[in-house]
Write a protein that binds this ligand. Structure first.
Ligand code: SF4
Length: 484
């Protein structure tokens, strides 16, 4: 496969040539007509019209971007008008070069309407936005990944089932009807018991449009429930300064609330995991309340790893949001969304945990009334800062006894909360279908970690069916009911 590159020299100032040791070029690379015509698989491929301006370094950037685009199946268009999108790789070295770049952007917008700007001028996005607010995305020089993400958002790549080795949604290890959606990598927190930031680095969020495209693929592949995961879901987008992201011709910001709003439009269950009780999480609760009342999509469920309740221990753990008034916050959330279920995990026997700290934790459980709770005994992971805090290790027998007390304390709380579902009609997603009895989960139960609903039905159900169920009884962990 070869490209015909149109290279047209443009006028540039002599200064620019000397300093930048290059000629400035306007290049409109195109695929050769026989290449496009002879490959039927390309007919559905999105087409990109590419303008490359500036020095050889920018030219190499253009080559790299085009190479990546071609590897993903994009075709190159000969004209802006026949393309799905225009990319302008700009030069910002001199005023004349900037003017030339702005001209090229204007031309792209006039002839096509969808323009992504990259290159040196992208380092000063204000100038471009001021002149052309309609530009779809602006990225800086050598920001290949960002350019690719922006292209995916504006003109998603075509999936070719005959050429692609993996299904459009990727290879999934979960059952077909639910899937995990990872929205970021790494973590900006430094909890003293955790070595994840050392292993995975600081928070790197995926732009919202990229996350949404993956979510759409999952839905197209038959997924009925998406489980949003990351190390710290409420911090989503902080690293990107909540950058704007175009999805479905609407501008969102890369942040928790916008992501929840966008996901809620997909028509499947959305479950939020690893959310910390930062104040801005309050904004998502009304979405959960609305969704629940209207049979909607953002499930009234939050998985918040509190880890402890004693301020002293939380401080030693260096937990995010340890100063937040958590009980008040939970109370406020329940006022807005009375059906909200909270699941959490706790660490028992963190170094220096006193009997008083532990009692405070039990008191918190009594007050917070969390639906589902998990606990594990502290282990001194190699490399964790907690090992070097000079705090006294808790003997294993004390850890075990506190763990048992913790579980005994929480069990009746969870059981009582479960009892309030008896007699109610709830929605259940089926995980393990059977001819007359199936196993599923309510909106308040995540797969693998929470409880189940045993469902009797006259007709056979399928995995992923969401059915109305009248709850007849509850035991310690599970509900039992009948399809109505
Ligand atoms: S435990 Fe703390 S540091 Fe580790 S991933 Fe979670 S929030 Fe980040």
């Amino acid at each position: 496969m070869s490209f015909d590159l149109y290279v047209a020299s443009l006028r540039t100032s002599e200064d620019f040539r000397q300093t930048c040791s290059s000629t400035s070029k306007l290049m409109a690379p195109t695929v050769s007509p026989d290449f496009m015509d002879s490959d039927p698989s390309m007919s559905a491929a999105p087409k990109i019209s590419f303008v490359s301006l500036g020095c050889p370094k920018a030219l190499v950037d253009s080559e790299r971007i085009i190479t990546r685009l071609r590897a993903e199946g994009y075709a190159l268009a000969k004209t802006h008008a026949g393309a799905d999108l225009v990319i302008v790789n700009t030069c910002g070295f001199l005023d004349s070069a900037k003017a030339e770049s702005l001209d090229a952007i204007g031309k792209g917008l006039a002839e096509n309407g969808k323009v992504i700007v990259t290159g040196c001028m992208g380092a000063e996005p204000e100038q471009i936005r001021e002149a052309y607010p309609a530009v779809a995305a602006i990225t800086g020089p050598q920001a290949y990944e960002s350019v690719l993400s922006a292209v995916h958002a504006v003109a998603p790549p075509a999936h070719n089932p005959f050429l692609d080795l993996v299904p459009e949604q990727g290879v999934k290890l979960t059952p077909r009807h639910y899937a995990y959606l990872k929205i970021s990598e790494g973590c900006n927190n430094r909890c003293t018991f955790c070595i994840i930031p050392k292993l995975r680095g600081d928070l790197v969020s995926r732009p919202l449009a990229e996350v949404m495209r993956e979510a759409e693929k999952l839905v197209r592949a038959g997924v009925k429930e998406i489980l949003v995961i990351s190390q710290d879901t409420s911090a989503y987008g902080v690293d990107l300064k909540y950058a704007p992201s175009l999805w479905n011709e609407r501008e969102y910001r890369t942040r928790f609330l916008d992501l929840a709003a966008a996901l809620s439009t997909l028509g499947v269950w959305i479950r939020m995991h690893y959310v910390y009780p930062y104040p801005h999480v309050d904004e998502v609760i009304p979405l959960m309340a609305e969704a629940h009342e209207s049979g909607g999509r953002i499930l009234p469920y939050l998985d918040i790893p509190f880890q402890h309740a004693s301020p002293r221990v939380l401080k030693a753990m260096r937990r995010p949001a340890h100063q937040e008034k958590t009980l008040q916050r939970i109370g406020k959330w329940r006022e807005i969304c009375p059906d909200l279920a909270i699941r959490s995990t706790f660490i028992i026997g963190f170094p220096g945990e006193t009997e008083e700290d532990f009692e405070e934790l039990l008191g918190f459980l009594t007050e917070a009334k969390l639906e589902r709770v998990g606990a594990f005994k502290y282990e001194p992971v190699r490399g964790a800062t907690a090992n070097d805090l000079g705090l006294e290790a808790i003997p294993p027998e004390v850890q075990q006894s506190r763990y048992d007390r913790f579980m005994r304390h929480q069990q009746p709380i969870s059981a009582k909360l479960l009892q309030r579902r008896v007699g109610k009609r709830i929605r259940v997603i089926i995980d393990e279908p059977g001819p007359t009895v199936s196993r599923g989960r309510s909106e308040w139960d995540a797969p693998e970690i929470d409880g189940a609903v045993t469902v009797a039905s006259k007709r056979p159900l399928r995995a992923g069916d969401i059915v109305p169920v009248k709850i007849e009884r509850a035991d310690a962990y599970d509900l039992h009911g009948i399809v109505v």
